[in-house]
Design a protein around this ligand. Structure first.
Ligand SMILES: C[S@@+](CC[C@H](N)C(=O)[O-])C[C@H]1O[C@@H](n2cnc3c(N)ncnc32)[C@H](O)[C@@H]1O
Length: 239
């Protein structure tokens, strides 16, 4: 199981199959909170009119672009993901809503060859859970490598609340109700049940935060709405 579910080809297949329903289900699975969380997790970034360089890793369909553009209206945004299914939608969104300004790359982030010290900001929403500890180390290495000295990053992931009551409700909702909705509305409950399996193993972003700290970033951990989402901000030291 461990070997299969973290295998990049498996993860890519999962997101390719989910791409037709991801946006709607993402909204439903988070009770609509995902929109708010995507704003909150970059709240620590100080907005700027400068032409900053920003890369959104595991970009999916570009769900974070709007909030990043609100913060950095003149940013050059690069968006990276390896699922052609998700990127088909991202490309359409880019053309329709972003004047094709977003540079979209289809790559495996863990092996990406973009130049060192290229970005002022790295963002990544809801992508960490499909990585095991080794892959998280590689993700931290890549984030550190891609950031300019002084550059900042922000990560957020759906998490398992520690408190018993929210945890029970959340487990029931994501483990049972969401797959049922997946079946009724969209016809792919198995894929959505998998998301809970990943969340169940991921728990929260504490381990990831520690791994990013070890990679040399200054990291601050955050919890959102009783721990239903957790994440962290990081900064690459100037020296
Ligand atoms: C849950 S979606 C998140 C999408 C978006 N960031 C959001 O806020 O909803 C996770 C995305 O990570 C991508 N992904 C997972 N592992 C990857 C890897 N190794 N390299 C590139 N993309 C990856 C998947 O294709 C998927 O689109």
């Amino acid at each position: 199981m461990e070997n299969t579910i973290y295998n990049p080809d498996y993860v890519k297949g999962l997101f390719n199959r989910m791409s037709t329903s991801y946006e709607r289900m993402n909204y439903i699975t988070s009770f609509g909170f995902s929109l708010r969380w995507r704003k909150q997790y970059i709240a620590a970034f100080k907005g700027s009119e400068q032409k900053v360089e920003l890369i959104d890793l595991l970009t999916g369909m570009g769900e974070t672009w709007r909030t990043s553009k609100q913060k950095f209206p003149n940013a050059n945004i690069t968006a990276l993901d390896f699922s052609e299914g998700m990127l088909n939608y991202a490309n359409t969104k880019n053309k329709k809503k972003f004047n094709s300004e977003i540079r979209i790359l289809q790559e495996d982030v863990l092996n990406c060859q973009l130049a060192d010290n290229s970005y002022d900001y790295v963002t990544c929403a809801f992508g960490l859970k499909t990585f095991n500890a080794e892959q998280l180390k590689q993700m931290a290495f890549q984030t550190h490598r891609l950031l300019k000295p002084g550059g900042q990053c922000a990560f957020i992931e759906v998490s398992k609340p520690e408190n018993k009551f929210p945890h029970f409700m959340y487990a029931l909702y994501i483990g049972k109700v969401v797959p049922l909705l997946g079946r009724l509305l969209l016809g792919n409950p198995a894929e959505y049940r998998m998301l809970w399996q990943y969340t169940n193993r991921f728990l929260n972003a504490q381990e990831a935060a520690a791994i990013f700290r070890e990679a040399g970033l200054d990291v601050n951990y955050h919890s959102f709405f009783f721990g239903c989402a957790t994440g962290f901000n990081g900064q690459k030291p100037l020296k």
